[in-house]
Design a protein around this ligand. Structure first.
Ligand SMILES: Cc1cn([C@H]2C[C@H](O)[C@@H](COP(=O)(O)OP(=O)(O)OP(=O)(O)O)O2)c(=O)[nH]c1=O
Length: 190
């Protein structure tokens, strides 16, 4: 059975490897990731994961397709994947001293074309960040391309007081749900 990881994220590949799964190929999906007007974080994450998988499945019939989407949410607000220093600074100022949610969706399309979906809903509590901490984090560049402008797998772990949920989900792929989906689709996964 051929497994395709529909993701450009090196984190997702590394996380899959952590449960002993190596995709046969990696094909990032080229989809429009703009949230719809008024779209809430959870349905948005689910829609993104589903659309990424569907886009790649259309090009590779008969393969098993796995995709994910990770969204950082402050209340009803979807935070961006930080691409500029200004965006990352705005995210960190917003998250400082607060709790926020990280929605991590995963979709798996099996060899017969049936799609299955799972969602992991997590809470992350940040310490209050002072100016010097934000400046140092911005200088690290670890925020680049990360939802909410931080990465739990790096130095931001030192800002996180606690999480309720799954570390792998916050990092980009909920491994418990992913393994369950792979097994449901009869993908060999021990
Ligand atoms: C919150 C958080 C996010 N991230 C990353 C994971 C994802 O790469 C990114 C969220 O963006 P995504 O849109 O989920 O993924 P992506 O654009 O990187 O890759 P693709 O769409 O092709 O699958 O943020 C971390 O690495 N650590 C974290 O703690």
């Amino acid at each position: 059975m051929r497994l395709i990881l529909a993701s450009a994220s090196p984190r997702r590949r590394d996380l899959l490897a952590q449960i002993g799964v190596t995709p046969d190929a990696i094909f990032p999906a080229d989809i429009d990731e703009t949230p719809r007007k008024g779209e809430l974080p959870r349905p948005y994450a689910a829609r993104m994961a589903a659309e990424k998988a569907a886009a790649v499945a259309g090009l590779h019939p008969g393969a098993v397709i796995l995709s994910g989407d990770t969204v950082v949410a402050a209340g009803r607000r979807i935070l961006p994947k930080a691409e500029t220093e200004a965006e990352a600074r705005a995210c960190l100022s917003l998250l400082s001293g607060r709790r926020h949610r990280v929605l991590s969706a995963v979709t798996l399309i099996d060899a017969d074309g049936r799609a299955r979906h799972r969602m992991s809903d997590n809470v992350v509590i940040f310490k209050r960040l002072d100016r010097a901490e934000i400046d140092a984090y911005i200088a690290s560049d670890e925020w680049r391309g990360k939802a909410g402008g931080y990465a739990i797998q790096g130095r931001a772990a030192g800002f996180i007081r606690s999480i309720i949920g799954s570390h792998s989900a916050i990092m980009g792929l909920p491994l418990y749900e992913t393994r369950a989906l792979l097994r449901a689709a009869s993908f060999p996964c021990d």
